[in-house]
Design a protein around this ligand. Sequence first.
Ligand code: NAP
Ligand code: F7E
Length: 357
Amino acid sequence: MNPKINKSALVTGITGQDGSYLAELLLDRGYRVFGMVRRSSSSSTQRIDHLIQGDTPRVQLVPGDLADIASLRQVLEATRPDEVYNLAAQSHVSVSFQMPIYTSDVTGMGALRLLEALRELQMTDVRLYQAASSEMFGNATESPQSEQTPLMPRNPYAVAKVFAFHAVRTYREAYGMFAVNGILFNHESPRRGKQFVTRKISSGVAEIVHGKRESIALGNLAACRDWGYAGDYVEAMWQMLQQDSPSDLVVATGETHSVREFCDRAFAHAGLPLQWRGEGLNEHGVDKRGVTRVHVDPEYFRPAEVNYLLGNPARAKAELGWAPQVSFGQLVEMMVDADLAATGGGGAQAASRCASG
Ligand code: NAP
Ligand code: F7E
């Protein structure tokens, strides 16, 4: 424990990918950490079980829901944190087309409820980090995207994040709150949910290597994202709340890669290099033996797609001294290795079996 820090933090969304990495970071820095969890009949704490189990849990869980302002008031009063990290959201873009009103209520209004609860409780001296998103740029008018790029949301998730973004700015300006938006580009890890494309690919590769499936069905192979490592990005979140004055920052790697390229790297690392054949709906990736390992299924197309995102992290570098530590190639390999190991064998070991077989 760091004896110099005697602060407490409340993390909403602590059971998610980022929440788990952020909780570990805050504990390492000597924080007392509270995690808000919503009520469920089954557990969703797998990513933080190592922090909450045993005789002396390191994180204290408190019940609350972004849809319910009364619960937010109770959580804030009970925990009285120095810092709040609002990571909770309905975070899946495709789901947001199926459930736009629910998404706007949780992802958009939820952030406003948190701000308003802080104001009502006269807790405006609490520092607030809001998880904003590169999805807010939509099919952006310029590239790379920076803090100055106009927001042009193209899906209900992004619309909700834009609402939350402006709510944070409004409370900062109106009530002098230290409230900031981290405009984070995609960040991934072995803890990423399997419904997001990177983890869908890495877990699919592992299942193919272990003979549990033959191929992966994907949507838009040409979509490009600026993919970084979630462990690096939670460091930027923390740094944003340690600044002298609040500002909204883009956090990104400054590199973009297509879904197709992610597949290439992931399959090659597992010893199954792909060749692409066909076009459009008929495009497919085959291995050396001619077996199709990736094919296109229109079920995974979105009603409106964000085709290309590339971030400019220059301001984060200048103001925070932040820079990503894990490269794109390292990220892909880390995810494939973790899934190979979890699916039933060592990463490199399984890959070499595949390469020789
Ligand atoms: P995630 O894995 O989907 O986690 C979402 C978290 O929100 C989970 O802990 C979930 O709890 C919680 N949650 C959902 N609805 C809630 C509600 N009504 N009340 C309270 N908690 C609720 O997301 P992530 O990838 O860690 O991302 C963290 C945040 O950053 C999200 O706001 C996301 O939109 C944003 N973001 C993510 C990325 C990225 O690339 N990962 C990039 C930019 C912005 P349950 O366990 O109960 O479901
Ligand atoms: O899609 C394409 C898909 O779902 C990435 C969230 O964390 O990052 C995430 O949102 C791209 C898209 O992430 C499949 O069409 C192709 O172009 O992994 P994703 P996302 O939509 O970029 C942002 C920054 C957030 O803020 C969000 O919370 O990949 N794609 N085939 C596919 N995507 C999925 N999910 N599944 C496919 O089969």
